[in-house]
Design a binder for this molecule. Structure first.
Ligand SMILES: O=C(CO)[C@H](O)[C@H](O)COP(=O)(O)O
Ligand SMILES: [Fe+2]
Length: 222
């Protein structure tokens, strides 16, 4: 099943609760919270307090996309704050197996993200332990960027690797997902499509935006 996953990075923070509820009412089945530390990526955003606040206004599963240099130091904090899926970046985890086990030990689903320049084979031996691989379709740090086309073959390759191993891990994509790119990433093999600026775009309601993206994602055209 194809899901549109709203990222609150582009939401109106002055009325965050409302914006999360709008996504839920609009049919979103999970929400992504982008955590940035100003070290791994050149931007600073939200932390566990925001996860805790969002947890209070929705029953949807929450994904914490941790774009931070020492994720192993914060797994339990984000688990306690109410994240259901914890996503760490491969690039900052020399002991990735240990971090995945740490997420599982906290009772949460484990995801690993890879930047556009990180090859999919870096995750080959960990695939059986993962609930999700997040293929970044932009360089992480900011919303509103354009999808990098070189990331599309990575999705195809990952889907093939999972099929070969009979694994049912989710493939999520994040960055530059719009009406124009949604069908392309689905065709490549992604099933979870994170969307920030195209969901919270101020031109239409959050529900309308989600519906438009879902239609584009599941259309045969393009
Ligand atoms: O991880 C992220 C940025 O690093 C965000 O999830 C992503 O940017 C979503 O924003 P948009 O859909 O506007 O590209
Ligand atoms: Fe993200």
């Amino acid at each position: 099943m194809i899901e549109i996953v709203p990222s609150i990075l582009s939401a109106d923070f002055a009325r965050l609760g409302e914006q999360v509820r709008e996504a839920e009412a609009g049919g979103a089945e999970r929400i992504q919270i982008d955590v940035m530390d100003g070290h791994f990526v050149p931007n600073i955003t939200m932390g566990p307090l925001v996860v805790e606040a969002v947890r209070r206004v929705t029953r949807l599963p929450l994904e914490a996309h941790l774009m931070i240099t020492n994720p192993q130091e914060y797994i339990e904090t984000f688990a306690q704050a109410g994240a259901d899926i914890i996503i760490v970046h491969q690039e900052v985890c020399p002991h990735l197996h240990r971090v995945i086990k740490q997420i599982k030990a906290a009772g949460k689903r484990a995801g690993v993200a890879i930047n556009p320049s990180t090859p999919v084979f870096m995750l080959k031996d960990m695939l059986s332990l993962l609930d999700m691989v997040l293929v970044m379709t932009i360089n992480p740090g900011f919303g509103g960027q354009e999808l990098i086309p070189e990331t599309l073959p990575k999705i195809v390759e990952l889907r093939r690797m999972l099929a070969e191993r009979h694994l049912s891990c989710d493939i999520e994509v994040d960055g530059g997902i719009s009406e124009k790119t949604a069908a392309q990433v689905v065709k490549a093999g992604a099933n979870l499509l994170v969307a920030g600026s195209s969901v919270y775009n101020k031109k239409e309601s959050v529900a309308q935006a989600i519906e438009r993206l879902r239609r584009a994602a599941t259309s045969e055209h393009l």
